[in-house]
Write a protein that binds this ligand. Structure first.
Ligand SMILES: Nc1ncnc2c1ncn2[C@@H]1O[C@H](COP(=O)(O)OP(=O)(O)OP(=O)(O)O)[C@@H](O)[C@H]1O
Length: 201
């Protein structure tokens, strides 16, 4: 099992227990404010929480936070940028992978040199996904990754995510799109009042 979550809890949300296999996608939907982002933040250990998570059988409690977050990568709905250009956020060993990913999301390499603030919202959102995938995560936690995208970019993003899932990445995807949940997810959960319910999208 790729991810085994037991009794994950914070003062604000939980407890949550579920498991996700390698190369599978779990989608989570639910009304605004239901607690979806709180769950993703706990999974990548950004907010204080109790409980245990196993990653390919290895307990999170035995890893440092950076070690954990290198493998369980969280992309919030509005990702932060801390350097002037998108390209500056990549490490040298990631560059080849970045150049493979750019055309798959219909982005040109010149955008790497533009000021992040000059990129369109949709370009920034796709660039953020490239940043997440360039880490080669075992588990990717995505919060509404296509919210700002036109239909063609949504299709390109979904196709890329499908290929990554088929290549063994596990994805937990928060989405308000029923069609997207059906396209990408093998399992679906709904968050209501900070409780998770298994079901159909
Ligand atoms: N640090 C915090 N302290 C107190 N309340 C918080 C904190 N962070 C989030 N909340 C509250 O917890 C609730 C769940 O927030 P969360 O961001 O998980 O919602 P969500 O389901 O992701 O919503 P959306 O679909 O709008 O992104 C919200 O009411 C939010 O205001």
């Amino acid at each position: 099992m790729r991810l085994q979550v037991s009794k994950l809890q914070s003062p604000l949300a939980g407890p949550y227990s579920f498991a996700l296999e390698a190369g599978r996608c779990l989608t989570i939907s639910g009304p605004s404010g239901a607690g979806k982002s709180l769950l993703l933040r706990m999974l990548c250990d950004l907010d204080p929480n109790t409980g245990e998570i196993l990653l390919d059988g290895a307990p999170r409690s035995g890893m440092s936070a950076p070690e954990w977050r290198a493998q369980v990568v969280y992309q919030p709905a509005e990702p932060a940028w801390w350097l002037p250009t998108a390209g500056a956020h990549f490490k040298p060993h990631q560059i080849q992978r970045v150049h493979e990913l750019l055309p798959q999301l219909k982005l040109t390499p010149t955008l790497l040199e533009h000021e992040v603030s000059r990129l369109s919202t949709g370009e920034r959102q796709r660039m953020a996904l490239i940043r997440s995938l360039a880490c080669n995560p075992k588990v990717l936690l995505l919060d509404e990754p296509t919210a700002a995208l036109d239909p063609e970019s949504v299709s390109a993003t979904e196709a890329l995510l499908r290929r990554e899932i088929d290549a063994d990445m596990s994805l937990i995807l928060v989405t308000h799109s029923t069609a997207q949940a059906q396209t990408l997810g093998q399992r679906h959960m709904t968050m209501r009042d900070r409780a998770l319910h298994e079901g159909t999208p």
